[in-house]
Design a protein. Structure first.
Length: 172
């Protein structure tokens, strides 16, 4: 699909651009689904990014197709991240310069990111805000479920203990 794209240098000032005809629009959208980059997709389609932008402004249907192509690209990235996190990927093992096998590696970081994005109540970032001073009430705001947070009274009592200079906010 993309291998038939015209070979055009990005630095050339005499690039053979074409108008955004139906074939160029189709090539642009196909490339956008694959790479997610408007400039590169325009280059593959043999046109300029500005030409695509102006056409999309005038043609709402084409603009919607661009949004759909970018959604396809985003979904493909998410699928690949999930695959690497859940199923892993093969990493070659070498000994003395010779390939002796493969090891499956998993991406804990990708898994953590996917969990935070898809189940934010449980795995998302926790935000804690304390308001007040020593003479006024303490207000506790947390994005964590309330059953895991100590009550404000319990927090005050923990803070009033002699020698305790920190305010414990969450149960262990």
């Amino acid at each position: 699909m993309l291998e038939n794209a015209p070979a055009v240098s990005s630095k050339s000032s005499t690039r053979p651009y074409r108008k955004l005809d139906a074939k160029a629009r189709m090539r642009f959208l196909q490339a956008l689904e694959m790479c997610g980059n408007r400039e590169q997709s325009a280059r593959i389609a043999g046109t300029r990014t500005e030409t695509v932008r102006r056409y999309a402004q005038k043609n709402k249907h084409f603009n919607k197709k661009i949004e759909n192509a970018l959604a396809v690209f985003s979904a493909s990235l998410e699928c690949e991240a999930l695959r690497r996190a859940r199923d892993g990927y093969s990493e070659p093992i070498y000994q003395s310069g010779a390939l002796v096998g493969f090891k499956t590696r998993y991406s804990d970081r990708l898994l953590t990111t996917l969990l935070a994005a898809n189940i934010p109540d449980k795995y998302g970032k926790k935000t804690i805000v304390l308001e007040g001073d020593l003479n006024s009430p303490i207000a506790l705001t947390a994005s964590q479920p309330k059953q895991n947070a100590l009550s404000v009274d319990s927090a005050r009592a923990a803070n009033d203990t002699p020698g305790n200079t920190s305010l414990e906010l969450f149960k262990e």
